[in-house]
Design a protein around this ligand. Structure first.
Ligand SMILES: [Zn+2]
Length: 78
């Protein structure tokens, strides 16, 4: 099971990102965690949330600093 699959539902994606951020904010691990310090799922979640006004509210609530937009030169291509 992956948060991103063929049936791409924005609401599901948002919810998944929010849940991941919450789990990390609590000092926990998300379902995809192998290393909470370098969790790709968490990085994805932050990226996803920072794109939505609602997601920014979530980040603010969790006291997670909104990531600055970084150049995506690597790792984003498919
Ligand atoms: Zn994680």
């Amino acid at each position: 099971m992956s948060p991103i699959d063929d049936s791409y539902h924005p609401a599901d994606v948002f919810d998944s990102a929010r849940r991941t951020a919450q789990q990390h904010a609590n000092g926990g691990h998300c379902f995809n965690c192998t290393d909470s310090r370098a969790c790709a799922q968490y990085a994805w979640a932050l990226d996803e949330l920072s794109r939505h006004p609602g997601g920014r509210d979530v980040l603010k609530e969790l006291q997670i600093p909104v990531p600055v937009e970084a150049p995506t030169e690597e790792g984003q291509q498919r």
